[in-house]
Design a protein. Structure first.
Length: 87
């Protein structure tokens, strides 16, 4: 999977671009989420915070918010970019 190259920090735009198919679509999504400013190049404060996270940290953060549980309650599968609650 091509997105496996972009698991580290500072890869927010590149990873999303691979996942959705092209960079323009990724930029539009990040603008809509409030992670990029209107110029499509400058990260907002929220975008900088997300960009500083790895793919694993972002996935665990999403799960933590969804299930209202601490991040430490989740394990991560990089092949599927998904989390599970630890047993």
């Amino acid at each position: 999977m091509a997105s496996q190259k972009f698991l580290g920090r500072g890869q927010l735009i590149n990873r999303l671009a691979v996942q959705v198919g092209d960079k323009a679509t990724a930029i539009a999504i990040l603008k809509k989420r409030g992670h990029l400013k209107a110029d499509g190049k400058t990260l907002t404060a929220l975008g900088q915070k997300r960009n500083a996270m790895t793919a694993e940290e972002r996935a665990k953060d999403r799960a933590s918010k969804k299930f209202n549980r601490p991040v430490s309650d989740f394990s991560y599968n990089p092949k599927t970019n998904s989390t599970r609650i630890k047993k």
